[in-house]
Design a binder for this molecule. Structure first.
Ligand SMILES: CC(C)(COP(=O)(O)OP(=O)(O)OC[C@H]1O[C@@H](n2cnc3c(N)ncnc32)[C@H](O)[C@@H]1OP(=O)(O)O)[C@@H](O)C(=O)NCCC(=O)NCCS
Length: 186
């Protein structure tokens, strides 16, 4: 058993918010969006952990494999100088079944004044209901409210469903980047 380095191919994707219709930002029926407040840090971390732990990105970012890792990451994001509460939202299911937090997205303003989506995650059993679309658009509205006109995110090249979603919503790939990650081998 050893540890080696591997490189994951990722795309930087960008969207221009000027004149863009963001009306898809409305939560689907049975869901509500909750604005950021510091007491929600663990709720965001829990949804992040449950959304990402079995996905390709947990190989790229090992912190996704543990709740404690997601807690650390959320604290880090919330304390960044460019953290944008307006672009940070939690989705909650309020329909006829059990109430639960089920989606998270966080936003920051980067050093050059562009918006940056940190992580968009939806619990598996709530996917495919346009919740991810709506939460992303709610965050885009927040970036615009904060005066930003362009937003980027990074997505792992193997995450084809997410890439298709981002393209459909108006994001375009502008650059390929490689992220180094440690992997165990036998
Ligand atoms: C990507 C993700 C946020 C989409 O959330 P969602 O609520 O299912 O999104 P919507 O219902 O608005 O849109 C569905 C679209 O998402 C895409 N998608 C990506 N992964 C998917 C999955 N596992 N299941 C269903 N749809 C998925 C598909 O393109 C689908 O579009 P289609 O109708 O063309 O198949 C969600 O699948 C997720 O949390 N994935 C794991 C975490 C992750 O990889 N996040 C993105 C990091 S960049």
């Amino acid at each position: 058993m050893g540890i080696g380095l591997t490189y994951f191919k990722r795309y930087r994707m960008e969207i221009d918010l000027v004149g863009r219709d963001l009306s898809l930002a409305k939560a689907p029926e049975g869901y509500q969006f909750i604005a950021w407040e510091p007491s929600l840090v663990d709720a965001h971390a829990k949804v992040k952990y449950l959304s990402f732990r079995d996905e390709i990105d947990s190989h790229v970012f090992p912190c996704f494999t543990e709740f404690a890792g997601c807690q650390r990451l959320m604290h880090e994001i919330a304390h960044k100088p460019g953290f944008l509460p307006e672009a940070t939202w939690l989705a909650v299911y309020t329909g006829s079944h059990r109430w639960e937090y089920c989606g998270t997205i966080q936003g920051i303003r980067d050093r050059v004044g562009m918006g940056s989506v940190q992580n968009l995650g939806i619990l598996r059993h709530h996917r495919g209901r346009r919740l991810g679309t709506a939460l992303l658009f709610r965050a885009l509205e927040g970036f615009r409210e904060a005066g930003l006109s362009r937003v980027h995110l990074e997505v792992t090249a193997d995450n084809r469903g997410a890439i298709r979603l981002y393209r459909r919503l108006g994001f375009a790939a502008v650059k390929t980047v490689f992220k180094a990650a440690e992997v165990a081998y036998s």
